[in-house]
Design a protein around this ligand. Structure first.
Ligand code: AMP
Ligand code: ZN
Length: 144
């Protein structure tokens, strides 16, 4: 895609601190370095978000994550864990519309990354869970 910043990185038109590359993916340092080692893994094929992957591309891209994550973790003995995050859509904080997976090394609970899942368990009863379950299950039929 001509005006996609990540396609330009793949093509070498825009420089990047590449840490891994093969025929399917490129992995490079996120310019923001939320924590040291913050890395993006992108498919070389331009796909906008998770909703546009097919199974083969997803299998190929996600199969490469463990080795890249292990190398990032092994690069610094202070890395204790890692958040692996994929944002889809502006409302979900996606700002670059070429799908990418964030590898965010974690150094401590007080480092510069935070994620906060609100626990709404108390607001849900069986009927509410079931209504959501059924609406998703019915759409799974379309995926077959
Ligand atoms: P997201 O908000 O999930 O779409 O993430 C996009 C990420 O791309 C942000 O964390 C940016 O810091 C990162 N980013 C944008 N431009 C570049 C670039 N030229 N090189 C490396 N990372 C970039
Ligand atoms: Zn692109």
């Amino acid at each position: 895609m001509t005006d996609c910043i990540f396609c330009k990185i793949i093509d070498g038109e825009i420089p990047s601190y590449t840490v891994y590359e093969d025929d399917v993916v490129k992995a490079f340092l996120d310019i923001s370095q939320t924590t040291p080692g913050h890395t993006l893994v992108i498919p070389k094929k331009h796909v906008q978000d998770m909703f546009t992957y097919d199974e083969d591309l997803a299998a190929a891209v996600f199969a490469r994550l463990p080795k890249i994550a292990r190398a990032v973790k092994a690069s610094n003995p202070d890395i204790k864990g890692m958040n692996i995050i994929n944002n889809n859509g502006e409302v979900a904080y996606q700002s670059v519309f070429h799908s990418h997976i964030h590898l965010v090394p974690r150094y401590s609970e007080d480092d510069e990354f935070a994620i906060d899942f609100t626990d709404n368990t108390e607001k849900y009863d069986d009927a509410k869970y079931k209504a959501i379950q059924e609406s998703i299950v019915s759409k799974m039929e379309d995926e077959k």
